[in-house]
Design a protein around this ligand. Structure first.
Ligand code: KG4
Ligand code: ZN
Length: 361
């Protein structure tokens, strides 16, 4: 498993949605090769078409892996393990990546390491920053998930909260669509929000009631569908008045402000509850500059915010390789019989129980 020079070389593959990506990682931090191919076939449909995504992965995966290996200066025989996302995600895309990776691992006689997509997002910052290690409070915000966790150590997580309906990224994408912005909407919405006045409109912040108490229930959970509906209704009114072109950036800014506010307030609760001022954010929405700025203020000088560069915040193979390496080191890898699972549960995560309330008091 370990190379003659004592280092470990892991190939990481990510194909859970519409990015085909491969990375070659040497030990925890040396990203020797990394290719991320964003599929552009979905734009005209305004969202990812699963069957098209699977076909694109199939077409590109050989070249993407060859590109990452070439950039790393290594050949397949040098690899110590092959890690791939086995879920959650779109089943067709997951099957393509996982079947490819398992076949490849078998051919080169190396272990195959299954990786959970959202756990991999926890490892995005850890590729670049040796300090991005537990303990931390983690906010994972992607197109399909919104999760608030406490991680005392890698592989052991307390699930504090999750979204009751839409994911944060999904809300960005849907509002962007109603605003008439191209897909994927999140980055476009952020771009126009920079020109807007976020105070011109006031949108609801669901599940922030003052009466909430820590523990299972509303306290740590998220809800974005009511906010999305409120924003969509206002956009329709503005459109009916023929003012959408002037108001678009203000609507975008006010929506973004509401999401950032919600996420920030829940992170604040998690910091208070755990007593841990180290905060890590991951997933596509963590590339958002307004969210990064707000959480930087939130943790202040007493805490730390860990966030990956935008390239490693969005879906990528490097985080999969890094998560796979951790799994190898802990000896939980080499399960050749694993299959893909679109709803794979978060490994090592236990829900918050009443008796766990207020551990720091
Ligand atoms: O983690 P990710 O790349 O894929 C999934 O696992 O879903 O996240 C994609 C999501 C999309 O909803 C996209 O619109 C959103 O992340 N996103 C953003 C930004 N960049 C990507 N949302 C807000 N601001 C951004 N800058
Ligand atoms: Zn993701």
């Amino acid at each position: 498993m370990t190379r003659p020079d004592g280092s470990t070389l892991v190939l990481g593959l990510e194909t859970s949605c519409d990015e085909t990506s491969a990375a070659v990682l040497r030990d925890e931090h040396e990203l020797l090769g990394h290719v991320i191919l964003s599929q552009d076939v979905h734009g005209v449909y305004g969202g990812v078409v699963p069957e098209l995504a699977a076909r694109e992965h199939l077409k590109r995966i050989d070249d993407v892996v060859a590109g990452a290996l070439a950039e790393s200066g290594h050949s397949a025989g040098d690899l110590d393990a092959v890690a791939a996302t086995t879920g959650p995600g779109l089943v067709g895309p997951l099957l393509v990546g996982t079947a490819w990776a398992r076949g490849f691992a078998l051919a080169i006689d190396r272990p195959f390491v299954p990786v959970h997509h959202m756990e991999a997002h926890l490892f995005g910052p850890a590729v670049e920053d040796p300090e991005a290690q537990p303990p931390f409070v983690a906010l994972l915000v992607s197109g399909g998930h919104t999760l608030l966790l406490f991680a005392p150590e890698w592989g052991r997580y307390t699930l504090l909260g999750a979204t009751r309906d839409d994911a944060a990224g999904e809300a960005f994408d849907k509002v962007a669509k109603v605003l008439g912005l191209p897909y994927p909407g999140g980055p476009e919405l952020e771009r126009i929000a920079r020109e807007g006045d976020g105070k011109r409109y006031r949108f609801p912040r669901p599940l922030l009631n003052r009466g909430d108490a820590p523990g299972p229930g509303d306290y740590f959970d998220f809800s974005f569908s009511g906010l999305k509906t409120a924003v969509a209704r206002t956009i329709e009114e503005v459109k009916a008045r023929g003012e959408l072109d002037e108001e678009r950036c203000h609507l975008a800014a006010a929506f973004q402000e509401a999401v950032v506010d919600l996420l920030d307030q829940k992170v604040a609760r998690a910091i208070r509850w755990t007593g841990c001022g180290r905060v890590l954010i991951g997933g596509g929405v963590s590339a958002n500059g307004a969210l990064r700025a707000r959480l930087t203020r939130r943790v202040g000088s007493a805490g730390r915010l860990f966030v990956a560069s935008p390239r490693l915040s969005l879906d990528n193979g490097a985080m999969v390789a890094r998560a796979g390496l951790e799994s190898l080191r802990r000896g939980t890898a080499q399960q050749l019989d694993v299959s893909v699972s679109p709803n794979r549960p978060f490994p090592g995560a236990t829900p918050l129980l009443n008796r766990q309330l207020r551990p720091n008091e």
